[in-house]
Every structure is written in C-alpha cells, then in structure tokens.
Write a protein that binds this ligand. Structure first.
Ligand SMILES: Nc1ncnc2c1ncn2[C@@H]1O[C@H](COP(=O)(O)OP(=O)(O)O)[C@@H](O)[C@H]1O
Ligand SMILES: [Mg+2]
Length: 381
C-alpha cells in the first residue's frame, strides 16, 4: 500500500437490499483522505443507506468498507474512527454547550476537557456561548455545536447527513461556507449527503451524483457541470438544453450534427455517447452559454458559431440576468440566460431571434436515454 491511499475511504462492491428492494446497487467508490466529498441525489436514491454503511449503522448486503488499510466492514459503529452529524442535531437539552461538546470525552472517562472544548468552541466560533443551553441558540449555532461534538473525538472521517436541511436558505448558505472553512481547518475527510445541488457544488471537492441506488457520475463540481455524461446529471445539476440530433459526419474532431434545418458542431471529445454517421445523439448546451440576438441582426454573428432560430415565448427579468424561454424547431422550451449588461429592449415575447454559441461549449450524450431524466418534474414525481 502506498502512502497516498493511507486514509482513504474505500467502498468495494458495496450494496444494500431491503427484502427484494435494491436500495444501493454494488458500488465502488474511493473517497480521498482529507477531501470534502458529497453524495448528491434526489430523495430515496440511497444516499443515507450508503452513509450508514460507512458508519457501520447498516450491514451491507455485499461488499467491503475500508478505512485506509483497515477493513472495517465487520466492526460496530463505535469501533470505527467515524462520527456522524444528523439533520436533527440531537443535542442534550439539559446540558450547556460546553458539556454537549465534552460529551464524547467524558464518556471515554477523560476528566480534563477544558482545553479541547475551548479549541472546539473556537473552531466553530461559539466561544461566547459556552454556558448557554441549546434552546438559547439559533438553528445554525446548534448545528455547529453538533459538528464540534462530533469532531472532538478526532474521527478520521466525519459523515454529515443533510445537516443543513432544517435551516432556512440564508442560514444554509452561511453554514455551507462555515462547514467548508471548518473542514479546511481540521483537514479530515467530510462525507456530506445532500439533495441540494448548489450545496454540494459550493462545498465539495468531489461530488458523486446518485440516481436510483447507483452513482451516475463522479467528479469535481466543474467537471460535472461542464461535461455531464448522462441526461440525469445534465438535468439534475443546473439546467441543460438537450437537442435530439442526427450525426451527419463523425469523421473529425468535431462531429457535425443536424437538428431540423440547423447544422451544429459538437466536439467529439465532449461526447460520452458512441457516435456513427446516421446515428442519433443528444447535443447539450447550458442556458448561460448562449447569446441571443434579434433576427434582424443575424448578420452580425461571427462565423463558426452554432446557431438556431426561434421565437421568444417568455422572458423574466430577475436583475442579474434575464431568463428567456425560446420556441425553436429543435427543442420547444429552450432556456437562455442573458447577463444584464446592455439590454436589447426589442427582445420581448413573440420576437424572432437567433441563438448562437461557441460550439466548444456543447456536450454530447447518448440519445437512447430518457431526455427528461433528472428534471424537476421527474424528480418530484
Ligand atoms: N430500513 C429500511 N427498510 C426498507 N427500505 C428502506 C430502509 N431504509 C431505506 N429504505 C429504502 O431505500 C431507499 C433508499 O433510502 P435512503 O438511503 O434513505 O435514501 P436517501 O437518503 O437518498 O433519501 C428508499 O427507497 C427507502 O425507502
Ligand atoms: Mg437520506
């Protein structure tokens, strides 16, 4: 074993069946030591089950869990160098913050806890609240107590199961930055479970996107966003416009694809599907990568850009940008976000427009997939 894998969490062929229901399909995953790792997916996709198998709170049906060079699959939770923070902080209401944080040390029979508790209070910036009871703190502060209480045991891995789910949006955003800071400061591995893609992207170095008990794609937030490999990932992380197209020429570094009257260019290196001339492919493009001009100005578009004509169906001004929905012959609700720099007042519903973008920003997906997988309607259905 090399040094670089010493503290990694390694799941090999791990799966979980409840009766005949396969909650987690056999899964191989390496979580690098010291990383902030997110398991992201819709409710019911198997995130908590996976986390509980790492913690030892759930027996895997198959597979092993290793922490560094130690196989911990058969170890009970308390013998694993792992601690868990849940959404319900489960603080002791009758104990003050100091004693809540000291709990793990006291249980191990450690008497002089002051130094370690003070360090933890400082880490989570609650030094002024040491003698308060949990009910005298805000939700975000209580969550920080729960994190401090888990970290004081010096786990190798901290597991967090939707820890910010009970907080309102503003507090959640603050706590995201706070948790990221704490993780950077203590440098231990955090495995964070969430259904909120923005939360996962804000905090994590690596994100595993889960769908129906499987990891669909693993990567950094930017990799997942810029080059999704499945329709689920393309739709679940942000918004994607997906155009069903026919491959007209697959011989070059850029594929030439046809959708309606439009001939579009698609980098072969950004296409995860097998492509052959005459076959189908989905061309994806993010809404903020697209420029929009009035049809009268089509002549001003630089050569070499992908372009499609359409008609504005809806426009919503939201301050930093205007979000347009465009009817096009190739995709009936094309979304385009235009940053609010100089607004063309003519771009109102009913107007004929041309959409254009740098072909390099397109990505290609296997057309055999469900084009709507991972959209909000699908996920909440
Ligand atoms: N103890 C259990 N018995 C039966 N089914 C379970 C049990 N725990 C979870 N499940 C099912 O397994 C699937 C995955 O659950 P879970 O891991 O909690 O999902 P997530 O955390 O992603 O929302 C869900 O369909 C859930 O209903
Ligand atoms: Mg869960």
């Amino acid at each position: 074993m090399t040094d670089t894998t010493r503290g990694d969490v390694r799941l090999s062929g791990i799966s979980k069946k409840y009766g005949s229901f396969q909650a987690v399909h056999p899964l191989d995953l390496t979580i690098p030591e010291g990383s902030f790792f997110a398991l992201l997916g819709a409710s019911g996709c198997g995130k908590t089950t996976t986390l509980r198998m790492i913690a030892g709170l759930e027996d895997p049906t198959t597979g092993t869990v290793r922490l560094g060079d130690q196989d911990v699959t058969a170890l009970p939770p308390y013998k694993r160098p792992v601690n868990t923070v849940f959404q319900s902080y489960a603080l002791f209401p009758h104990l003050d913050i100091t004693e809540n944080i000291a709990f793990g040390l006291r249980r191990r029979g450690i008497k002089s806890v002051k130094k370690q508790v003070d360090d933890m209070l400082e880490l989570v910036q609650l030094g002024d609240h040491a003698r308060k009871k949990p009910h005298q703190l805000s939700g975000g502060q209580q969550q920080r107590v729960a994190v401090a209480r888990a970290l004081i045991n010096h786990p190798k891995v901290l597991l967090l199961d939707e820890p910010l789910g009970a907080l309102d949006l503003k507090l959640r955003r603050q706590m995201q930055l706070e948790l990221k800071r704490i993780q950077t400061e203590v440098g231990i591995t955090f495995v964070h479970v969430t259904h909120d893609q923005e939360e996962a992207m804000t905090m994590a170095d690596q994100v595993a996107v889960m769908n129906a008990g499987r990891v669909e794609q693993l990567g950094s937030p930017a990799e997942l966003y810029e080059n999704p490999q499945t329709t689920f990932v393309a739709n679940f992380l942000g918004t994607s416009n997906l155009i069903t197209a026919e491959v007209a020429d697959s011989s070059g570094d850029s594929l030439v694809v046809k959708a309606g009257d439009a001939k579009l260019s698609l980098p072969a290196a950004r296409t995860s599907a097998e492509t052959r001339t005459g076959g189908k492919v989905l061309l994806g493009i993010r809404p903020e990568k697209i420029s929009l001009v009035h049809a009268d100005e089509a002549g001003t578009i630089a050569a070499g850009r992908n372009r499609i004509t359409g008609r504005i169906a809806q426009s919503s001004f939201i301050g930093v940008s205007t979000q347009y929905v465009i009817d096009t012959p190739v995709c009936d609700a094309f979304e385009v976000y235009v940053q609010n720099i100089e607004r063309d007042g003519r771009l109102t519903p009913g107007t004929e427009v041309v959409l254009h973008w740098n072909p390099e920003h397109s990505f290609g997906l296997d057309a055999a997939q469900d084009i709507d997988a991972g959209t909000e309607e699908e996920v909440t259905a």
